[in-house]
Design a protein around this ligand. Structure first.
Ligand code: S3P
Length: 169
């Protein structure tokens, strides 16, 4: 059975960076759910949110995740931070990806990393740190429920994080 690994966690937790390098090291395809969605939608996620709202975005996200869950073969999948919100998505991830890893970072650490990033629609608010704390409080239990492993992303370099992920496979 080929390695199927999905990375979950908050926006800015390093899912895409770690996932891409992990895939390269393992010689597996890397799939970034957000990037695929942008290709499908023909616009940026931020634009799509603005025009159609969050629920329409979540419908597309769930449909693509279900399709990838049914796609056979090894892959490293980086999910969007909100992919775990719907129970059917958590179920699809657990069922189809034996290695679901939660890249955990504190809201304060995430804020430091992405405070200048204007591409994340959920953080375009007056107080993004308060928003991140709220999202973290709601989602940390969902990430933990979905993932088989928790990887603490606080201090280690990307390379160390990739090594940590490889050790769990
Ligand atoms: C979202 C996170 C984003 C993207 C969308 C919604 C969220 O992905 O899917 O903007 O709800 O946290 P990243 O986690 O890659 O930023």
């Amino acid at each position: 059975m080929q390695t199927r690994c999905a990375l979950v966690g908050m926006p800015g937790s390093g899912k895409s960076t770690v996932g891409r390098q992990l895939a390269r090291r393992l010689g597996l395809p890397f799939i970034d759910l957000d990037q695929r969605l942008e290709q499908q939608l023909g616009t940026s996620i931020r634009n799509y949110f603005e025009q159609h709202g969050e629920q329409a975005f979540r419908d597309h996200e769930s449909a693509l995740l279900a399709a990838l869950a049914d796609e056979p073969g090894g892959m490293i999948l980086s999910t969007g931070g909100g992919a775990v919100l719907r129970p059917e998505n958590r179920e699809a991830l657990r069922r189809s990806f034996p290695h679901v890893m939660y890249l955990r970072a504190s809201p304060e650490e995430i804020f430091r990393r992405i405070k200048h990033d204007r591409t994340r629609p959920l953080l375009q608010v007056a107080d993004p740190l308060a928003r991140l704390r709220e999202l973290y409080r709601d989602r940390d239990p969902l990430y933990r429920e979905t993932a088989r492993y928790v990887i603490e992303t606080g201090r280690p370099t990307v390379n160390t994080l990739v090594n940590m992920a490889m050790m769990q496979l």
